[in-house]
Design a protein around this ligand. Structure first.
Ligand SMILES: [Zn+2]
Length: 277
């Protein structure tokens, strides 16, 4: 029957068959990735005792809109993510009672995008898995992805320790004493410093982003202690305010999680000795 068709029509049919075949192969590959992804997140969830989910449809949560990533992106991210989670003793996750950790491909707020987002009192963290080099940021994308994991995990810990659920009020009176008496975080507007890279611009602060709020200040110190402890050590040796902040932060952590003692930090130091120069 095909022989009766003109060569043009035949070409169209062949192209359509080819397209369908390629589409099928693409779907089969994507399906295989999805199955692998579901298996790996399930294993991780049962290992750590909280739900780890990779979303496949967009979500809207309050002021943020969350978009999915491809299964391939999720799988690429998971290998790094597993290594970072592996640092923590299980008591840390028990202490923060994390409910859900959601992996996604974009977290958009009203004015800008977030690399990580923690929903206060819901014990829920969103992490954007897509690596993006940012023009206005001195950290590379991979370091920022790692930093964000620890940063968001610390926000939840910090709230468990310092957020009064009844009065709905965050209070850590000690932390303010570690800054210059005249210093105010950027809580009252103005241009917000957003750079996540290590900086010597202001004594007592590791990054520009640290100067946004005291919560961000702590989460940045914790994040950098996890991804590049050697650089934090160099800075705290010449910056007394920073040294006091690191000491205070480690003390609060070990009070709640006894296994996160000096041996824990020494292990992080051995494995993550120098991510940046
Ligand atoms: Zn934060």
């Amino acid at each position: 029957m095909v022989s009766f068709l003109s060569s043009g029509v035949r070409m169209v049919i062949i192209l359509a068959i080819l397209a369908l075949t390629q589409q099928f192969e693409l779907c089969a590959g994507e399906l295989e990735d999805r199955v692998t992804l579901a298996e790996r997140t399930k294993v991780l969830s049962s290992k750590y005792g909280f739900k780890i989910v990779a979303i496949d449809i967009p979500e809207k949560k309050g002021e943020i809109t969350v978009e999915p990533a491809t299964s391939q992106r999720y799988l690429e991210y998971l290998s790094m993510f597993e290594q970072e989670l592996d640092f923590y003793p299980t008591e840390y996750f028990e202490a923060i009672s994390l409910d859900k950790l959601i992996l996604c491909g974009q977290i958009a707020g009203a004015d800008f995008s977030y690399e990580g987002y923690n929903i206060r009192l819901k014990q829920t963290i969103y992490l954007d898995v897509v690596k993006r080099e940012l023009v206005n940021d001195s950290t590379d994308a991979l370091t920022r992805k790692k930093l964000t994991i620890h940063h968001e995990l610390f926000h939840v810990f910090d709230d468990v320790v310092h957020f009064d659920r009844v009065k709905r009020f965050y209070n850590d009176p000690y932390w303010w004493k570690l800054n210059e008496p005249s210093f105010l975080y950027h809580v009252f507007g103005g241009e917000l410093p957003s750079n996540r890279g290590l900086s010597d611009a202001m004594p007592g602060f590791l990054t520009g982003y640290s100067r946004q709020t005291e919560n961000e200040d702590k989460a940045e110190i914790f994040g950098w202690l996890m991804v590049d402890p050697a650089q934090v050590e160099i800075r705290q040796a010449r910056d007394d305010r920073l040294r006091q902040k690191v000491t205070r932060l480690k003390m609060v952590v070990v009070q709640k999680c006894p296994n996160m003692n000096e041996s824990f930090w020494a292990k992080v130091r051995r494995q993550n000795g120098g991510a940046t120069k």
